[in-house]
Design a protein around this ligand. Structure first.
Ligand SMILES: *Cc1c(COP(=O)(O)O)cnc(C)c1O
Length: 397
């Protein structure tokens, strides 16, 4: 008992310091499906501008039906990892559909993209090799790289001069892998994959892109950064999530060269030692990718909505970070202002999140909005109007 008492005191103190630094994360409780419009436990209805529900598929009726059908025909859970007795026809079909969507040779499923990134480096590279990683890459990439013995290099966000410098030093190693997010989630900027590819060719390096925020969004048909830069099938590894544009439930994947995927099936620890995706998720995923293969309607709608919204916000005088995705960062620079503004916007029925240090650099506080294909034109207008009202009130515009 005494042991825990000391530890308890320590935790309470740490938690207090998180709270007094203003960094304590509260959870707002939603009592409706995820959608453009949501209902909070308080009874308040709000327009949601902070979900990763880019294609508006989180509450899609046909996807829900596909999930139910898969549960009826294949059951609820797998009670196994893939290589023991946890592989159904649905898992193979979903892997094929994902590989096809990204123009890759094969794909492997994980419980989440966090696991895909956690399990991609260590099986492929060792102390003879080099990983050259963008400084703003997602936490799961950073953790995955830590699990791998490869020599680590870091380059400033999307800075091609710095990447080139690191690649020159990394010539000392056997194999080189450049790793980048496709879209960086705080600014909404796209990784300059064309230039990264040129440098990869020049310095004999492979490329991995995490398309979590870009898949379904970036490129004319939402195939991600390789579509945007005309490099489909020309990079080695893509990781991504089923938890954002593709229905938003759960699940991640790595897709790429077939020998790479084959090695991951043998050696990737989150794949080998963690449960298979449930049939409902696999069945709904197959439906989703089949749907997207046959229609660009949602991607077109998302692009139209994003362009419309960003244009209106700029016209209203807001300082918007240049974006090439469905992420729209309204720059406020001041941490307290970002929190005050988000709170007042919620009173207006607009649900957005304010971000400040350490999530973004000091003095770079902002409200980040995420546009969805599901937002109706009048909902976008209502959001802009609320921003104008509160923006004037708080002397932002
Ligand atoms: C969201 C995200 C992840 C994590 O995806 P999950 O499937 O939720 O684990 C990984 N990488 C990036 C870049 C992301 O944005």
């Amino acid at each position: 008992m005494q042991t825990y008492k000391n530890f308890q005191e320590y935790l309470v103190k740490e938690l207090d310091s998180i709270q007094s630094a203003g960094l304590y994360k509260e959870e707002r409780i939603i009592v409706s499906p995820q959608s453009a419009s949501i209902k909070l436990q308080s009874g308040q209805e709000a327009l949601n501008f902070c979900a990763n529900n880019y294609l508006g598929l989180s509450d899609n009726h046909d996807i829900i039906e596909a999930a139910k059908k898969a549960m009826d025909s294949r059951g609820y859970g797998m009670s196994s990892v893939r290589f023991i007795c946890g592989t159904q026809d649905l898992h193979k079909q979903l892997e094929n559909a994902i590989a096809r969507f990204f123009g890759m040779e094969d794909a492997i499923l994980y419980a989440a993209c966090f696991d895909a990134n956690g399990g991609v480096f260590e099986p492929l590279l060792d102390e003879n090799d080099a990983i050259i990683s963008d400084a703003l890459n997602h936490a799961s990439i950073i953790d995955g790289v830590r699990l791998c013995k490869a020599v680590r290099y870091r380059y400033a966000n999307a800075d091609m001069n710095d990447l080139e410098k690191q690649l020159q030093i990394a010539q000392a190693q056997r194999f080189r892998l450049i790793v980048t997010d496709g879209v960086f989630s705080m600014d909404g900027n796209v990784a300059p994959l064309d230039k990264i590819h040129e440098l990869a060719v020049k310095y004999n390096a492979m490329i991995m892109v995490d398309e979590s925020h870009s898949a379904g969004v970036v490129g004319k048909t939402g195939r991600g950064t390789t579509e945007q830069f005309n490099l489909r099938g020309q990079i080695e590894i893509i990781t991504g999530t089923l938890g954002k544009a593709f229905g938003g439930a759960i699940g991640g994947f790595t897709t790429g060269k077939k020998e790479i995927i084959a090695m991951l099936r043998q050696r990737s620890r989150p794949y080998l030692f963690s449960n298979s995706l449930p049939p409902a998720v696999a069945g709904a995923g197959i439906y989703t990718f089949n749907y997207l293969e046959n229609s660009n309607k949602l991607q077109d709608q998302l692009h139209e909505n994003t362009n419309y919204f960003v244009e209106k916000m700029k016209q209203a005088g807001f300082d918007i970070k240049p974006t090439q995705s469905a992420i729209c960062a309204v720059m406020l620079y001041d941490a307290k202002l970002s929190q005050d503004m988000a709170r007042k916007l919620l009173d207006e029925g607009i649900y957005v999140t304010g971000f400040y240090y350490p999530v973004v650099p000091k003095g770079q506080a902002r409200i980040r909005l995420q546009i969805s294909a599901a937002h109706q034109r009048e909902q976008l207008d209502k959001c802009v109007q609320a921003f104008i009202k509160i923006g004037k009130e708080l002397n932002v515009i």
